[in-house]
Ligand binder design. Structure first.
Ligand code: 2NL
Length: 351
């Protein structure tokens, strides 16, 4: 073994290795070339360097330097080839995964408003034309606002009109928390926070402890209106409700006022429209009377105005309340209120 033959071996190895690197057709082949030339145990360069011990001591550093140079050259060649092969692989993949941007997309399933929400919005739109502004207020209320402010004292028999869900939380100053039985406590909040003239509309979910059947639920959606101003009268209420009934159920539809009772209005009325099913002829839907109650209303009781911080000597007000569930049933010919809360898409998709 002499310097010349080891140098020649290194040069020949370099030529072979460069040729093999250039010929590697993919990354796996390139990896195999790398292992066979530069591999620590079986690599050909390692094999050549093993012969170094047989050389004259003064020749050894020279051969070592040559070997390192060759290693660096080959590493650079490997890296360049690897980059080229990776580029080719990417091109091949992109060509195979071609995307056609002209294909129509998959259609999205379109949602729709719940019939109660849609009806509540229609009601708000109609009253909005008369200057009524929508307010919202909490579903968990105090006994004071839900009942006492509305002229319904504790232990008064009128309480029996509202079977109430009480909230299992400690009372504050003897004031129990409950689920509102109507949106009226929100009207008290509006009266306390604003000044007349007031035209407020309060939509929202209310709760009553009821046995559930086709026409009763333990929750319902109410829209309540309140108007407070100087000289407000029952005639204004009647005119407004007529306009509402005609916009909602048709221009020709007859309406009527009947006496009613609520502790928070005096006088109180029930407002009927000619049956929307039989046009007044009498049918099972209207109990063969030809009329359907759509809402309750009345002149705000002076005590309730005063509880709202309003001077009943100067101002008068009217209020009305309706069950949106019921109006939506009439509009769409739905005969069981339970459909509204079942979340059955076969029902909901029809709106
Ligand atoms: C119904 C009837 C009604 C009211 C609600 C009201 C509110 C205040 C003062 C006076 Cl702050 N009245 N609201 C009046 C009469 C009837 O609702 O059957 N609702 C489902």
């Amino acid at each position: 073994m002499d310097l010349a033959s080891v140098s020649a071996d290194l040069a020949a190895l370099g030529t072979r290795a460069q040729a093999a690197i250039g010929a590697a057709a993919d990354l796996a082949e390139l990896e195999a070339v790398e292992v066979s030339v530069l591999g620590r145990k079986q690599g050909q360069l390692t094999a050549v360097l093993r012969g170094i011990g047989a050389l004259a001591p003064e020749d050894r550093p020279l051969v070592g330097a040559l070997a390192n140079e060759l290693r660096e050259e080959l590493e650079a060649a490997l890296a360049a080839r690897r980059e080229r092969l990776e580029g080719i692989a990417l091109e091949v993949r992109l060509a195979a995964e071609q995307l056609d941007p002209t294909l129509p997309g998959r259609p999205l399933r379109r949602g729709s408003l719940h019939p109660i929400v849609e009806t509540a919005r229609e009601i708000a739109r109609i009253f909005g034309q008369f200057g009524f502004v929508v307010y919202e207020s909490p579903e968990v209320e105090t006994d004071a606002l839900n009942f006492q402010a509305l002229n319904i004292p504790a232990d008064h028999p009128a309480r029996d009109l509202w079977d109430t869900f009480y909230v299992d939380a400690p009372a504050v100053d003897g004031d129990r928390l409950l689920l509102r039985t109507h949106t009226s406590p929100g009207q008290i909040r509006v009266m306390r926070q604003t000044e007349p003239p007031i035209r407020a509309l309060l939509p929202g979910r209310c709760y009553r402890y009821e046995a559930v059947d086709a026409s009763h639920g333990f929750e319902f959606f109410q829209v309540e209106g309140l108007m407070v101003d100087e000289g407000t009268s029952l005639a204004h209420l009647r005119g407004l409700l007529d306009e509402f009934a005609h916009a909602m159920f048709g221009a020709g539809r007859a309406t009527r006022f009947r006496p009613g009772y609520y502790p928070f209005t005096e006088p109180s009325v029930a407002f009927d429209v000619q049956c929307v099913v039989c046009d007044g002829a009498g049918c099972p839907a209207c109990g063969r009377t030809g009329w359907m109650v759509i809402l309750g209303a009345g002149m705000v009781h002076p005590i309730v105005l005063a509880n709202g911080g309003i001077d009943p000597e100067r101002y008068q007000g009217f209020a009305f309340g309706m069950g949106v569930d019921r109006i939506a049933m009439l509009r769409h010919g739905i005969h069981d209120l339970r459909y509204f809360l079942d979340n059955d898409l076969r029902f909901l998709e029809q709106f």
